[in-house]
Write a protein of this length. Structure first.
Length: 424
């Protein structure tokens, strides 16, 4: 009996030791694994369905999904907190951060700032935002420090909607706002006395085609996107959006202070990031500038990549990229939101003023001069309407000004000079 007990005890001890070794190995593998990094959202619209504290969508969730069915593609997303025992809200914080976020038990599983359901402001200056966003940022940084709230919405610019409990944590932009262009569509519907249905399109090619075939009547396009749509589909600009009261912005080339880069000549042999090839400030304008300097980007740089504006600023500031193309509105917003430090993003070149995004109508609709005048008048009044309804436009956008095709000549000239725009 004693021998049997000894064997049993020995087996238990060996089993426990093996268990501890396996556990230690797993923890070591986990520790050695690279932390997950944020990724860009490729679709035109992301609908985040909040199913916190339950394992499948409810009938209400399904109805809300059905309401979005014409405007978005859907996919399943599973979220979980970093540690077992964290509050349910940690899952949505994780999704909003683009990386795993830790919620310390000391914060309180039920009452901590990351665990409480977000309160959404409905009126006033902060309309359509997470009321306690600043507190959540502080709490996220205090708990493991890898949470970057707003990454999902920041990656999918102007395209994130959310339904369900806690989902606003994922849908919020880096400044905590939840505003979109839906209020503007409702305003235009009232002013034009006809239904205005808001849609999103993945690419400028898709928008140009939809303007040409009559699926879309009015579009809000980036400057380069507008020139391409005008060239291929005959779309005509009627107004330009204002940002902090101005109808223009500037393209930039940025580096970090440790790169040793002071001038454009110093970029030779370095790694450089452009925006995607549909970007005005991230691709077309800096490409045109390099061409005017006799620089062949394929041979001048050691490596060229194409990525999103926010990723360019983040990687340059972190020293992961030598330099990249951006625009002043994005850089300023990221500094304002604490996503980068101004001293880590050094401007070595900026363009002449460029026209802001264009409100354009289809070639067929442009022939209706009475309607065009009515639309221009409605857009011109948006600035005054913002005083009483600040959610009409996203932060810093302050209205519209009437413009015409000539205003976008600098973009057209750059497109022709680079061979990216074919003369019709």
């Amino acid at each position: 009996v004693r021998r049997h007990r000894r064997r049993t005890r020995r087996a238990v001890i060996v089993g426990l030791l093996l268990g501890l070794v396996v556990f230690a190995l797993l923890r070591t593998v986990h520790a050695l694994a690279e932390p997950p990094s944020s990724s860009d959202v490729g679709t035109a619209k992301l609908v985040v369905v909040g199913t916190t504290a339950r394992y499948e969508p409810t009938a209400g969730d399904r109805q809300l999904l059905d309401d979005q069915a014409d405007e978005a593609q859907f996919g399943a997303v599973a979220v979980r907190p970093r540690y077992v025992g964290d509050c349910a809200a940690a899952g949505w914080t994780t999704l909003g951060a683009g990386r795993r976020a830790a919620v310390s038990p000391s914060q309180g599983e039920l009452n901590g700032p990351l665990c409480a359901a977000p309160a959404i402001t409905a009126t006033g200056k902060g309309a359509g935002g997470v009321a306690d966003w600043a507190d959540r940022l502080v709490a996220a940084r205090a708990n493991a420090g890898d949470a970057r709230l707003g990454t999902v919405a920041g990656s999918g610019s102007r395209c994130v909607a959310a339904v369900g409990p806690y989902a606003a944590l994922a849908a919020a932009r880096p400044d905590g706002s939840l505003t979109s262009y839906r209020p503007l569509a409702q305003y235009l519907s009232e002013r034009l006395k006809r239904p205005v249905e808001l849609r999103t399109v993945d690419t400028w090619e898709g928008l140009a085609k939809s303007l040409a075939n009559g699926e879309t009547d009015i579009g809000l396009l980036g400057p380069w996107g507008y020139v391409l749509a005008n060239n291929s589909a005959g779309a005509q600009v009627v107004s330009t959006i204002l940002y902090d009261g101005k109808p223009e912005y500037r393209a930039l080339i940025v580096t970090h202070p440790d790169s040793g880069i002071r001038t454009i000549a110093d970029l030779k042999g370095k790694n450089f990031a452009f925006g995607d090839k549909g970007s005005t400030s991230g691709y077309l304008i800096p490409l045109h500038f390099f061409m005017t300097q006799g620089i062949d980007v394929d041979s001048y740089f050691a490596k060229v990549i194409h990525t999103k504006h926010q990723a360019i600023e983040t990687q340059v500031a972190a020293g992961q990229l030598d330099a990249g193309a951006d625009y002043n509105r994005n850089r300023n917003a990221m500094i304002e939101q604490g996503l980068i430090k101004a001293e880590r993003s050094k401007i070595i070149w900026e363009s002449a003023p460029l026209p802001n995004d264009a409100v354009a109508v289809s070639k067929a609709l442009y022939a209706d001069k009475a309607f065009v005048a009515q639309l221009q008048a409605a857009l011109a009044d948006v600035g005054a309407q913002l005083k009483g309804q600040p959610s009409l436009l996203p932060a810093h956008y302050t209205g519209f000004v009437t413009t015409d095709n000539a205003f976008y000549k600098p973009i057209r000239d750059a497109g022709l000079a680079t061979g990216k725009l074919l003369q019709q």
